[in-house]
Structure formats: C-alpha cells, structure tokens
Design a protein around this ligand. Structure first.
Ligand SMILES: C[S@@+](CC[C@H](N)C(=O)[O-])C[C@H]1O[C@@H](n2cnc3c(N)ncnc32)[C@H](O)[C@@H]1O
Length: 202
C-alpha cells in the first residue's frame, strides 16, 4: 500500500505541519511501522465493534488498523489538523474521520450516533498538550471505557518521558485506571518511544 516515495513525502509534509503547529503536532516525523504495530497490538475486536483513533496524522497507525480490523468492525479517527484530515479521507476511503478535537469525543460519538468504543488508539502528543486539553481528553477516554474490558493505547517519546506535562498525563491516567502496562522502548522509531496501555477505567 505504501509506495517507496510515500514515507519521504509524508515526512516532508509532516515536518511542515510541525513547523506551523509544534505543540499540537508534537513530533517531527510520522511514527514508524514498528511503533505503529506496537501501538495497535492485538485488537481482539468483534464484527460491528467500533475503534477510535485520536490524532491519526498521516495515518501510520491507521494503516496497521486497516489491516488488522475484522470485517464489519467500524473505525472513527479524530484529527485536529485540516490538512491531515483531508489526506486521511483520500488515503482511507472506507474509514470515517472527524475534523475536531479528541477532547470532544463524547459529543462527536453522540452526533454520529455511535456507541462507546472498546478500544482507543492515540497518537496525541500529551507531553506538549495544554492541561485543559489533556483534562478534556482524559475525561473523554474514561467516559468511553468505563465499565468495559477495553483499553486505551498511546505512546510517549523517551526523551520527553520525564517532562512535566508527560508526567502530569501519566499521573492523571494512573488515578483513573486500574491497569497500566509500559511496552518498549521501540527503538526503530525517530525518536524512540514507549507504548503505554491503560485498562480498567474507574
Ligand atoms: C505526534 S502526531 C502523531 C501522528 C500520527 N498518529 C503518527 O503516529 O505519526 C500528533 C497528531 O495529533 C493531532 N492532534 C493534536 N491535538 C489534537 C486534538 N486535540 N485532537 C485530535 N488530534 C490532535 C495532530 O494534528 C497530529 O496529527
């Protein structure tokens, strides 16, 4: 699916978006396929179930999800950047993408008459997101996953793992989830990153 020129083109386009919006894009390059595979992991989705992705960007994890989802499972990506949103729509024609903030997931699901998802995969740059956005996103995740056996998966770059905003996010998630697992670091990514998985929303 990915031609040899696509990663280079995506990388250049992504870097341009980073220069325009460094805090919300939060990375200089799209995730590698190694990080995307570690993030998506085993989905264990039933046909008809919904999976939600926050911040798909140019779609490296979306491509892995695309190959891993069972027939009939549904996908919704929520992306803030209009250029990425447009690109995703042409790249993944069978998938739904909302142009908006992951902090509004509850309202977005209601407007689209979608059920709460059991799996949420996130590429959001929590280490650079303002506290109010972090709070809104965490509330949204808990709303989606409370009472379910599903999980939330995200990644944090190794070099930014100790930053105040990254620690703040993990502390909040630790308070609101019973289960936590850290995978990696995945070194075949620029920069290397940990995958974080949370389950058991309180
Ligand atoms: C670090 S990039 C990751 C992109 C992609 N998932 C990847 O792994 O290459 C962060 C992405 O989150 C998006 N983003 C930032 N804040 C967001 C928000 N509040 N809601 C939805 N998307 C957001 C950015 O536009 C960007 O596409």
């Amino acid at each position: 699916m990915a031609g040899p020129k696509r990663p280079i083109r995506d990388g250049l386009g992504f870097f341009g978006r980073f220069l325009r919006n460094p805090t919300s894009v939060g990375a200089v390059l799209p995730s590698s396929r190694y990080l995307s595979r570690a993030l998506v992991g085993h989905l264990d989705l039933a046909p008809g179930e919904l999976i939600v992705e926050f911040g798909p960007g140019t779609g490296p994890a979306t491509a892995v999800l695309h190959g891993a989802m069972p027939t009939g499972a549904r996908y919704l990506g929520i992306e803030l950047d209009p250029k990425f949103h447009k690109l995703l729509g042409t790249r993944f024609p069978g998938f739904d993408f909302e142009l908006g903030s992951a902090a509004d997931v509850r309202q977005i699901l209601a407007q689209r008459q979608l059920p709460r998802p059991r799996r949420i995969v996130s590429g959001l740059p929590f280490a650079s997101l303002p506290p109010a956005v972090q709070d809104g996103v965490v509330d949204g995740i808990v709303f989606c996953l409370r009472g379910s056996d599903g999980d939330f998966r995200t990644f944090q770059y190794v070099h930014a793992y100790g930053l105040r905003a990254a620690r703040r996010f993990r502390a909040m998630m630790q308070e609101r989830f019973d289960g936590f697992e850290r995978i990696g670091p995945v070194v075949r990514n620029v920069p290397p990153a940990f995958v974080l998985r949370y389950w058991g929303a309180k």
